[in-house]
Design a protein around this ligand. Structure first.
Ligand code: PNS
Length: 167
């Protein structure tokens, strides 16, 4: 007798998300369509001083995805593969914007595979209009008074305005 097995796929989308951009949002929505559940895993890195605190980044992502029940927002520190194992996830999702992303992403994917060969990294491309956006550029442009409307969720735009007065 054959028995149908149903396996639900849990994906982890890790990153700093300082701040969340529309490029991230695009990848998360694509992942949410492809996998049963996707966890936006925000890295809490004690060495770095982010513009947005851990709680602010969690609050922003939870608010943006509040109507998406299969998108979860969590934080992690330490090795990504350890977090993925703890969560029982099978997939790491990363976005690839341009060839310039490839080298670092390739290194990370293979290192993560060496650390845990059961975890698969899946690369996804964002919509073309987001291929040049990065959190670093958003922060730089916003801090110098440039507009970032349409490049980040409205909530992030508003929070940037609060953080960087005089914009
Ligand atoms: O948003 P980012 O900065 O591109 O995300 C990088 C991130 C968080 C995915 C990466 O730095 C990471 O996985 N850090 C956790 C520590 C770790 O596992 N390092 C080894 C990676 S091969």
């Amino acid at each position: 007798m054959t028995r149908a097995t149903t396996m639900s796929t849990l994906a982890v989308y890790p990153g700093s998300f300082d701040p969340l951009t529309n490029g991230h949002v695009d990848i998360i929505l694509r992942g949410a369509r492809l996998f049963d559940r996707i966890v936006v895993a925000i890295l809490v890195n004690a060495d770095k001083t982010p513009l947005f605190s851990k709680d602010e980044r969690v609050d922003i992502a939870r608010t943006v995805f509040r109507d998406h029940p299969n998108v979860e927002v969590d934080t992690f520190d330490g090795l990504l593969v350890d977090y993925v194992r703890r969560r029982g996830a099978q997939v790491i999702v990363r976005g690839l914007r341009a060839v310039s992303d490839f080298e670092f992403e390739f290194q990370m994917a293979l290192m993560n595979r060496r650390l845990n060969e059961r975890v698969e990294t899946v690369f996804m491309m964002p919509a073309e209009q987001y291929t040049y956006i990065s959190s670093r550029l958003i922060k730089e442009v916003a801090s110098l008074g440039g507009g970032v409307h349409g490049l980040v969720p409205d909530l992030v735009e508003a929070r940037l305005r609060e953080k960087i007065p005089g914009r």
